[in-house]
Write a protein that binds this ligand. Sequence first.
Ligand code: SAH
Length: 228
Amino acid sequence: MKLALLIALCFLALAEDSFTTLRNKMVDSQIVARGISDPATVRAMRKVPRHLLVPPDKVSAAYDDGPLPIGFGQTISQPYIVALMTELSRPKPEHGVLEIGTGSGYQAAVLSEIVKEVFTIEIVPELGNQGKERLQKLGCKNVTVKIADGYYGWKEKAPFDAIIVTAAAEHIPPPLIEQLKEGGRMVIPVGHAFFVQNLVLVEKQKGGKITSRNIIPVAFVPFQREKK
Ligand code: SAH
């Protein structure tokens, strides 16, 4: 009996080891090779076990170069896009960051390795609850998940140093701009659902002036609205 347990533990340790190897390969070939250079972002991407945030039948594809289905018509974003959005938000250890679209919890877990606090909102209750559970299991104590329509942001926790939106909106929700700190950054895919969208970097200057610029074309799932 004891021997069987020992053998099982050895297999688990070997499997974890091979996931670490795959993850480091993913970071080298998909992230660093494509120009992501912020050390904190690269470190977080090397650390977060993406294979524990995908559905069980997708574990073998967890380190592939693309998004994966997570149920309810939603996806876990491509690793490179998660890294790019993280780097663009210029995360610092003292920051409070808002994410709209918890989904699998992967983007929130990556941010939680870098910043002080992550607040994340998910509109699909089942995904929000699943994400919350997974993040707890991973030991991400500085992440708070709320089930709501992220269009309105999270007023009680605002203002935020950075906001990352992981679903494509046809316009930038004004409450999110309001809840961004002066000097803060928002990264958001803007455009029509099911067409190519632009990843937009919005900056709120000191004094409140808003500037924005397009970074790259992207394809995100649509930003949904709460049905009243
Ligand atoms: N950040 C996620 C990406 C998930 S896909 C990850 O790393 O896995 C985008 C998610 O945004 C989906 O789960 C979708 O349900 C959610 N979403 C869409 N519109 C939303 C809204 N208005 N408020 C909150 N979440 C929303």
